[in-house]
Design a protein around this ligand. Structure first.
Ligand code: XIL
Length: 575
């Protein structure tokens, strides 16, 4: 990641921890303020014992009061050798650890394409896989790279561009740590703890078919109930799952989810009553055509029976429903000639019933459970400026005008890094308040198109933070749900979720948690959670595999005699 900015000398306390407003902690390694101007730093040539290259502490070329390191590379593969003073690779590198520094190339350095390599001892923690554009000369640029985890015993950091006749300055070499402060067994470090304090729901789509929801003691279930106060079934409450054959309902998986939620004091969102997709074949083979030739009256009856049976079954357990999902066509170009109009998607419901299937769905839903909050839900409707966003707004206004009992609007938010326009998103969300409706994020995931040097994880985190803040800053936005627990369980490629495939908390997790924590500390309502999140429990064994204790709380684990244990399958030090 290259950031163009006016460099200010950072506070110069070696190894000081600086809390950032956003997703991470920063640890300064080298700001060169404790060196003397003229001090020479060792260089190491990877392939020969002699090097003509030099690294000297000098004044910042743009700000004489600041000390920086001036490097002149006269041979290939030459690295600056910086002493880490006892800090080991284990501490500096990890799954989401970044190394950041400021780079200045004098205008005399005309070759902007260079290959960066960073090592600890002989282990590469980051290396460009080619010669990359390092940005404009004559200005300080901030650089951030995701490091590979290595466990070297060396405490020397090597840093260099693989080039010859290059000249550059570096400053503020620091580590951005995003993984150290998440202990899933400490309730106060979870998302849920902070969202509760804000009086907001933080939800997650759960794939009940691939998780044993009866077992509260796995990493995945623990991650869900520790971090979220709302769940939605990823597939188990869709029409094909609940009514595979006409009149034959199957609530088995969905009931496991509502039982899990009840056990852990979580709300449940229902998704979804009427949709063109995941429709059983007895309604329509492709969800689009009325291929069974149902009459309007018959189809209304089918819709009513489904909604009534399902909502009655889940009454008191499911607090809100997506009544209609994705009813808008992707092509909304007709809005150019009719600015207050909308085009409905071709679906079996539209084909058999007509435009007013929407109104009927909301009315049946309201009759089935007058307490439930009723939502419409769609994608591609998140930001002002797109025809579909405008069509959605037009449709919702129309539905209200026609008297449909609608309580809120769902924005799915299946995004790709770089797509979010924070102003267009906030403006869109805000205008639903004027209609007296809730506006919530129902299916957030933010895909990474290209991992590159890894700094895109920080960009992803920033976008999660922006979406969370919009929900926090608006009273009509009670819920935010992410569409899946961990990256390898996502329906999308591109590591779009809060937890990695190994369940490591990603920068996006910390960004979101910090957003809730920050809001709770300043403006949050600070209520005690209605039901306290359960203390996560741990099974502990000694290194010989002998049981030490089952279902121990975090406090109990911490008060075990000092030593190494296996806690929930991981070797853990109790200090
Ligand atoms: C997706 C699920 O995540 C997948 O497991 C399934 O195969 C297809 O549906 N919009 C929606 C969700 O409203 O129901 C979709 O869920 C994702 C897009």
């Amino acid at each position: 990641m290259t950031v163009n900015y006016m460099k200010k000398p950072l506070l110069s306390c070696i190894f000081a921890l600086t809390a950032l407003a956003s997703a991470a902690d920063e640890r300064m390694l080298f700001d060169f303020e404790n060196y003397q101007t003229g001090d020479m730093i060792a260089m190491r040539d990877l392939f020969s014992s002699t090097t003509e290259s030099t690294a000297e502490v000098t004044a910042d070329p743009l700000n004489a009061g600041n000390k920086v390191l001036h490097v002149t590379n006269r041979s290939w593969n030459t690295h600056v050798e910086l002493p880490l003073d006892g800090i080991g690779a284990d501490e500096l590198t990890g799954d989401y650890q970044y190394i950041a520094f400021d780079l200045y190339r004098p205008v005399s350095d005309t070759d902007r394409y260079k290959q960066l390599s960073i090592r600890i001892g002989n282990d590469t923690v980051y290396a460009d896989d080619g010669f990359y554009d390092q940005g404009d000369a004559g200005q300080w640029l901030g650089k951030t790279y995701r490091m590979k985890r290595v466990s070297s015993s060396s405490d020397k950091l090597y840093f260099g561009f693989n080039s010859i006749n290059a000249e550059f300055y570096i400053d503020n070499v620091r580590i951005i740590s995003t993984e150290e402060d998440y202990d899933p067994t400490d309730p106060e470090q979870t998302l849920r703890y902070h969202a509760d304090k804000c009086g907001k729901k933080i939800g997650v789509a759960v794939p009940a078919w691939r998780i044993d929801l009866n077992d509260d003691n796995q990493d995945i279930t623990r991650t869900i109930y520790s971090n979220f106060n709302m769940v939605v079934a990823e597939n188990e409450m869709k029409i094909d799952a609940l009514q595979p054959n006409r009149g034959e309902f199957n609530f088995y998986s969905a009931d496991q989810l509502t039982a899990f939620a009840a056990r852990h004091g979580m709300d449940v969102r229902g998704h979804t009553l009427v949709w063109h997709s995941q429709v059983p074949a007895w309604i329509s083979a492709d969800g689009k055509k009325n291929d069974k030739g149902y009459s309007r009256a018959e189809m209304l009856q089918i819709m009513k029976d489904h909604i009534t049976t399902v909502m009655t079954h889940f009454k008191g357990k499911v607090t809100e429903w997506d009544v209609v999902n994705e009813c808008l066509d992707d092509d909304q170009s007709a809005i150019r000639t009719n600015p207050s109009g909308y085009t409905l998607r071709k679906s079996v419901w539209l084909a058999a019933i007509g435009d007013d299937y929407l109104d009927s769905a909301f009315v049946y839903a309201h009759r089935a459970d007058p307490e439930a909050r009723l939502y419409i839900n769609d994608y591609g409707v998140e930001m002002t400026g797109s025809a579909k966003t405008q069509a959605y707004y037009n449709l919702v206004k129309q539905l209200q005008k026609r008297g449909a009992p609608i309580d809120g609007v769902g924005l799915q938010c299946h995004l790709t890094v770089g797509e979010l326009d924070s102003t267009a998103f906030a403006n869109n969300v805000k205008r639903y308040a004027a209609l007296g409706l809730n506006c919530i994020v129902t299916e957030l995931d933010i895909s990474i198109p290209d991992v590159g040097d890894g700094s895109v994880y920080l960009k992803q985190a920033e976008e999660y933070r922006i979406v969370t803040n919009v929900m926090l800053n608006n009273g009509h936005c009670p819920n935010l749900l992410v569409w899946g627990v961990k990256d390898d369980m996502s329906w999308r490629a591109g590591e779009p979720l809060l937890f990695s495939s190994q369940l490591a908390a990603k920068p996006a997790f910390f960004a979101m948690r910090n957003a809730y924590a920050g809001y709770a500390a300043t403006t949050g309502i600070n209520v005690a959670p209605a039901i306290a999140p359960p203390a996560a429990l741990a099974d502990v064994y000694d290194l010989g595999g002998r049981p030490v204790g089952k279902g121990l709380t975090r406090q109990q684990v911490n008060s075990l005699p000092k030593g190494l244990y296996i806690v929930n399958g991981k070797v853990t030090v109790v200090k």
